[in-house]
Unconditional design. Sequence first.
Length: 122
Amino acid sequence: MRKKIGYFSQNVIDLLGLDIQPGTSIYIADTNITHMKMSHPSDFEKYGGDIEQIIAYPDYVGRNEKDDSIEFSKEYVLDGEYVKVAVRVSNGNVYYARSMYILNPNRVRNFIKKGTLKKLDK
């Protein structure tokens, strides 16, 4: 079963130069949740309930050219952790949250310096 968990805002579309309409839905399906739980079980246990908030209010966004995903990243200041939700388009042109995990803080800082992750102004 799939569930709508968010949408692409005009701000994210403009910042990343995406060729999609504002309001394009982002979904999650049971298979995506299973993948997240199996690939990063402790990360999912800690932050899985925040996926919708990470997509709605990311601190950083980026595009991963390797797998053509759109990345929504949130900094959790209290724990000093950055959590990424990667969204990819399916063959049916539907966007799904495919993975979620904690990022290495040093890599995040490098991505920000290189411009791979862009600060999203609120």
